[in-house]
Design a binder for this molecule. Structure first.
Ligand code: NDP
Ligand code: MG
Length: 342
């Protein structure tokens, strides 16, 4: 393998034993890291507002969520599982004043270090352990004895033990099972942003919406369109995940495979690739990070408008109706009070 990949056998939890790990935030990543590390036998404390949905969940899970500053004071390792846009303010107000030499900052995404919206002092370790999956998968895979692969990186090694701490942390969250790839904050950050914008989230959501629009505008029933361009995706993705594109193509009909080669390159063509390259430039030169921060400072006006418009897309309405008829999918819906099972 071209990139150094570490497994359970390459390290141990010892560097973290006897240390206090403060997980700041009990959201998607935070709840998974806190519980996985605790189940790995480590000493974990959680910082979160007590009265929010996440704060209540942390208490239900046996943690006693405290204010950020209190947790940082007690901790040897401080894990920033807070939204990227709020990290700089929380860092300045509650973390930096309570950081002592030799402590370790743990990031789960390279964004704020790479784009220099957080600049820690030289006397602390700055490491990253970034699971390559949503937080709920990080927890779920760990519970069934596996683990989501992680990326790990060292930005600053103040104590000489940053590498061992990062590997121990990765093992503690389950990343020693699927493999922990050694990388840099820069590479993790830029490839992560590219993946989510161009293929995984942005590219996929727009493909679903445009495919749905073309079929329904041509007069086909929306239910049919939903099944064709959205519902079946899981099946295709599972085949790809288990055996690659060729196994997916082996499993689908010859008609589907022929159509894949015949039409696919007409949809995603060299012009699409050029736009992907432009998106990468936009990430590398910091303009995406600036757009994100500017909108955050403007109360996320543009962001909230997009969320609203997208929630109103017809594919969402018909999907909701159809999923309610398939309880075995364990459908969920977003409400003002968070996620609800339906
Ligand atoms: P979430 O939005 O799911 O959770 C954020 C948590 O931070 C919540 O518990 C929230 O508390 C708390 N919080 C929000 N604002 C503040 C504040 N001002 N002060 C104190 N606490 C606050 O975050 P994610 O888990 O999605 O993201 C965390 C990090 O993980 C990011 O760096 C992200 O890039 C990275 N990451 C995320 C992945 C994912 O799957 N989501 C995948 C890989 C990396 P409250 O209960 O009060 O709302
Ligand atoms: Mg990502």
């Amino acid at each position: 393998m071209a990139i150094e990949t570490l497994y359970d056998k390459d390290g141990s939890l010892a560097p973290l034993q006897g240390k206090t790990i403060a997980v700041l935030g009990y959201g998607s990543q935070g709840h998974a890291h806190a519980q996985n590390l605790r189940d790995s036998g480590l000493n974990v404390i959680v910082a979160n507002r007590k009265d929010s949905a996440n704060g209540k969940l942390a208490a239900e899970h046996g943690f006693d969520p405290s204010p950020v500053a209190d947790a940082v004071k007690k901790a040897d390792l401080v894990v920033l599982t807070l939204p990227d846009e709020v990290q700089p303010d929380v860092y300045a107000k509650d973390i930096a004043p309570n950081l002592e030499a030799g402590k370790t900052l743990v990031f789960t995404h390279g964004f704020n270090i790479h784009f220099k919206t957080i600049t820690p002092p030289d006397n602390v370790n700055v490491i990253m352990v970034a699971p390559k999956g949503p937080g709920h998968t990080v927890r779920w895979e760990y519970e069934r004895g596996g683990g989501v692969p992680c990326l790990m990186a060292i930005h600053q090694d103040a104590t000489g033990s940053a590498h061992d701490l990062a590997l121990a942390y990765a093992i503690g969250v389950g990343g020693g099972k699927g493999g922990t790839l050694v990388t840099t904050f820069k590479d993790e950050c830029e490839t992560d942003l590219f993946g989510e914008q161009v293929v995984l989230c942005g590219g996929l959501s727009e493909s679903i919406k445009k495919g749905f629009e073309v079929l329904t505008e041509a007069g086909y029933p929306p239910e049919l369109a939903y099944f064709e361009v959205c519902h079946e995706l899981e099946l295709i993705i599972n085949l790809i995940k288990r055996g690659g594109l060729d196994y997916m193509r082996y499993s689908i009909s010859n008609t589907a495979e022929f159509g894949d080669y015949y039409t696919g390159p007409k949809i995603c063509d060299d012009d699409t690739k050029k736009r992907m390259e432009a998106a990468l430039k936009h990430i590398q030169d910091g303009s995406f990070a600036k757009a994100f921060r500017d909108d955050y400072q403007d109360g996320f006006k543009w962001f909230k408008q997009q969320r609203k418009e997208n929630a109103g897309h017809k594919v969402e309405a018909v999907g909701k109706e159809l999923r309610r008829m398939m309880p075995w999918l364990k459908p969920v819906e977003l409400t003002d009070d968070g996620v609800k099972a339906v």
